[in-house]
Design a protein. Structure first.
Length: 267
């Protein structure tokens, strides 16, 4: 069909690879290693930055071509249901953060939210606390119920580990857990200033939403959990081992949250 003789075909098979082909093979192995180290959740932008740190300046177009050849595609995300109940009679704090997500010091602004994971035993809820300075998860809590203690435990964990000073800004949505008397009392005890998103506006807490997107894409949506205990161990490992210490974050110039803090000489 191609009008190629048998002799020509076999000569082509034996022909040595060009220099560019050999370089592509070398880069392909590096790309595969980086892609797998990021749990198959990164694209050409992240890979380009990682390769540059290794001394290889490669275009995103070339990386994309090699990824396609290797069959490497980012994981996708499913929709997730709302966990916010803003229909309550508790006081609502103003939006003091006002989408100012760039922070130049640690323990100045924390954001929090709640998500869920399905297991064969039922729902497991996860509350997180993120430091906007490095995007590090500084506190979290998991429980079978979405109660006030879930968010209080997450925040208390962060306070115990980071020991922030007075006037830390704490931003969340308007959920009843964050507006409750118990939670506001905890904030008062530690001199924390409360901020809340506008009603029904997920963009006001985009950093917390982004982490849950990453968690679902990189882990939860590709697992079938039998028990809550199994899920807790998996989520703990994802947060503490991978996300905080290994995942390259664009906001941190593609350094992990822990590495970014260490580079800024932050304890």
């Amino acid at each position: 069909m191609l009008q190629v003789s048998t002799t020509t075909y076999y000569e082509w098979l034996k022909r040595p690879k060009t220099v560019r082909d050999r370089i592509d093979d070398f880069l392909a192995e590096l790309i595969k290693t980086i892609f797998n180290s990021q749990r198959k959740g990164c694209g050409t932008r992240v890979i380009k930055k990682a390769l540059l740190r290794q001394g290889h300046q490669i275009s995103r177009r070339r990386i994309g071509r090699l990824m396609k050849k290797l069959g490497l595609f980012c994981k996708t995300i499913r929709k997730f249901k709302a966990t916010t109940n803003s229909k309550h009679n508790y006081p609502v704090a103003p939006n003091r953060l006002n989408r100012q997500f760039t922070v130049n010091k640690p323990n100045q602004v924390w954001v929090g939210d709640i998500t869920y994971v399905w297991t064969a035993e039922g729902w497991l809820y996860l509350a997180t606390v993120i430091d906007l300075f490095s995007r590090r998860i500084v506190g979290w809590s998991m429980d079978s119920r979405m109660t006030v203690s879930l968010v209080n435990d997450a925040l208390s964990s962060a306070i115990g580990q980071r020991k922030p000073g007075k006037n830390l800004l704490w931003h969340t949505d308007r959920g009843s857990q964050y507006a409750s008397n118990s939670h506001r009392k905890l904030l008062t005890e530690h001199g924390i200033v409360q901020s809340m998103s506008r009603k029904g506006n997920c963009w006001d807490n985009a950093v917390a939403e982004s982490f849950f997107h990453t968690l679902k894409t990189g882990l939860v949506n590709h697992k079938r959990y039998l028990t809550r205990e199994e899920t807790k161990q998996d989520v703990f490992e994802y947060i503490e081992v991978f996300y905080n210490r290994q995942r390259l974050h664009s906001t941190n110039d593609y350094w992990s949250p822990v590495d970014y803090e260490e580079m800024q000489k932050v304890v």
